[in-house]
Design a protein around this ligand. Sequence first.
Ligand SMILES: [Zn+2]
Length: 392
Amino acid sequence: MPKPAGTSGYNGNSGTLYTDALAAATTAGYTPGNYSFVMVCMDNNTPGFSFAGLGTVGGNKTWLRAEGSTYAAQVATHELGHNLGLNHAQSYVVGGTNPIASGGTTSEYGDPYNTMGNGDYLSPYNGRYKLYLNWLTSADYLTVTTSGTYRIAAHDKSTATGVRGFKVARTTSQDYCVEYMSERGGSQATYSDNGVQVRWGPTGTGNGKTQILDMTSGSGSGLTDAPLALGKTFADTPNSVYLTTLAKVTGASFDSMDVLVNVSDSPLPSPWTAGDIGTVGVAGLSSFANGTFVVNGAGADIWGTADAFQFVRRSLNGDCDIRARVPVQTTTNGYAKAGVMLRESTDPGAAHALISVTPSNGLTSNIVPRRAVLAPMSRGRRSTPLQTIGCA
Ligand SMILES: [Zn+2]
């Protein structure tokens, strides 16, 4: 190199350094033009430069000042990601327990699971970024518009095939991006292995920035435990998007996660309707797709004098025959209930008969009247419409 390494040399002039380095490489017998990307490396003590790495988005130039440091590989994959067209991987963090509450902080490098954020070199580009790069196709990374269960393979496992993630619309300009990684080490390993990562990303397949969301907002562990853990539900009630991590599926060569999606784009078939009964705290959502009702509901219990739950219902009079199967129930509480109910009205204190399953207390039956008012119904008040449900 024509200039010395000290402050009397390049001293922060990355352009001249690059030009001189390529000339030196040419003199040494290389042809820089034969390479898609050219990275100029310097010792991490080189004075006058404030960056660890520098790369142009969509270009072919990168500078690496981290040579010899423990994070050189991390910076190299980051800068080359820029050359490939990727932007930074951000995070969105709030102060409270609602991960998408307004007024949160967007951090430019905040994603610890992505080397385009502050993840180490073992962090891949996230699935949504791989979709932009065409490393994943639209067949690998689904656009989900229908409620149901979707199985996603670990996108950081080289042997994985099939669906490696999906996006579901939050608004007309923003999606939820849901992905799974099984190969993380260190402090993130447990959370990564047993949960799915949820990010906001721009609609479409462009290279707009993603923001990882903290599914355990308020835990005090920052974004290390950001994934949506097995058995947990994330609810964006204003936009009617509900995500539940149902099960981990261990395969011979790669693992997958089953994720239940509940969106309002999958309406109930007539004459079924849905709504919350009583004071539930978090608004519920029910949908129907492929022969299955998906019911998300909150509320303390179906018990005592005032019930609180999500109620999928239709009116009927007289005798009836109802058959339902509950293939999946998440463990929000050992006594959480999902089943079939005959209910006199939508009043929280209405008489009813209920057969339900619970996560850890088996089949429960409230066929025995727990309210005196049920007695007239059991004698057949046929003038009063009865209602049937699947409830949660
Ligand atoms: Zn960068």
